[in-house]
Design a binder for this molecule. Structure first.
Ligand SMILES: [Ca+2]
Ligand SMILES: [Ca+2]
Ligand SMILES: [Ca+2]
Length: 162
């Protein structure tokens, strides 16, 4: 997991610098979300289907479940990070980011036992996909992912302080 985090951080730093000169509206948070979208696609056609999305979720679940207990507890949840954490710290929004993490965890932990079980996580991925698929065509475009996927929306709102 460390390697992904480092890769993300590096990408982020590079993008932050190139981003400044190219287009001011590409914030680090948005760039990160775009990189994540790129990593979900198995066949890069600009669209993500539910299969790709759920596979992506499964991989994340496995890497989040650090002690291989079959569920994710809150410390494991906060420990794992795409790179949003780094941006949040950088922009002085760490508290807002942590609050967003708590809310996401609570939303996904449907039975409220403090553990995200595989089924809960799977349901959350399916629900998040459906919610993000604004035009109901069973595919997520980059735009739908950036603007409709709960994780992006919640974390980016926290980071930018909206
Ligand atoms: Ca665990
Ligand atoms: Ca639970
Ligand atoms: Ca769609």
């Amino acid at each position: 997991m460390k390697s992904l985090r480092i890769a993300c951080t590096l990408t982020l730093v590079l993008c932050t610098y190139t981003g400044l000169s190219l287009a001011e509206e590409v914030t680090p948070g948005r760039q990160l979300a775009e990189d994540i979208f790129g990593s979900i696609e198995d066949n890069p056609n600009g669209m993500v289907d539910i299969g790709e999305f759920v596979n992506f979720g499964r991989l994340i679940f496995e890497s989040m479940d650090h002690d291989e207990s079959g569920f994710i507890d809150f410390p494991e949840f906060t420990e794992w990070d795409f790179g949003f954490n780094f941006i949040a710290e950088d922009s002085g929004q760490k508290q807002a980011y942590e609050a967003a993490q708590k809310i996401l965890f609570a939303v996904w932990d449907r039975d409220g036992d403090g553990k995200l079980r595989r089924q809960e996580y799977h349901k959350a991925m399916v629900w998040d996909f459906t919610r993000a698929d604004a035009n109901d065509d069973a595919f997520l475009t980059r735009d739908e992912f950036l603007h409709g996927y709960l994780v992006n929306v919640a974390y980016r709102a926290a980071i930018t302080g909206l």
